[in-house]
Write a protein of this length. Structure first.
Ligand SMILES: [Cu+2]
Length: 124
């Protein structure tokens, strides 16, 4: 159990490092792409910047499962994450919680439960 837990933390940490590197290389832009993929899942870690989600424009591949998690910079109701067009809502208590879904081509708004934080996922 301990080993599994630390493995999970390491994977989350690695993804966070990749996100940081990608954001650094893209000049701190809030536009994001898939930051890591294991198997057929597109993992996306969302943080917080200027009272909004960052990245807040995310490009994914249509038809391939997406897994979203919120890092520790995300607080309060921003952790109550919704994709209204898919009728999805999940309170992601920790950075280990994920929301998983697969998208047909299109653009999907995501937001906190009060629409203070908003962004979109573009499936191509
Ligand atoms: Cu909110």
């Amino acid at each position: 159990m301990e080993i599994k837990k630390s493995t999970l933390y390491w994977s989350v940490a690695s993804v966070a490092v990749i996100v940081a590197v990608v954001m650094f290389m893209s000049g701190g832009s809030a536009t994001g792409n898939v930051t890591a993929s294991s198997g057929d899942v597109q993992h996306i870690v969302i943080g917080m910047q200027n009272y909004n989600y960052a990245p807040n424009v995310i490009h994914v591949k249509a038809g391939v499962p997406v897994s979203i998690s919120l890092d520790d910079s995300v607080g309060g109701c921003y952790r109550d994450f919704m994709v209204p067009g898919l009728k999805l809502r999940k309170y992601m208590k920790t950075s280990g919680d994920t929301l998983e879904f697969t998208l047909p081509k299109g653009s999907y708004v995501f937001a906190c439960s009060m629409y203070m934080g908003q962004g979109k996922i573009i499936a191509e």
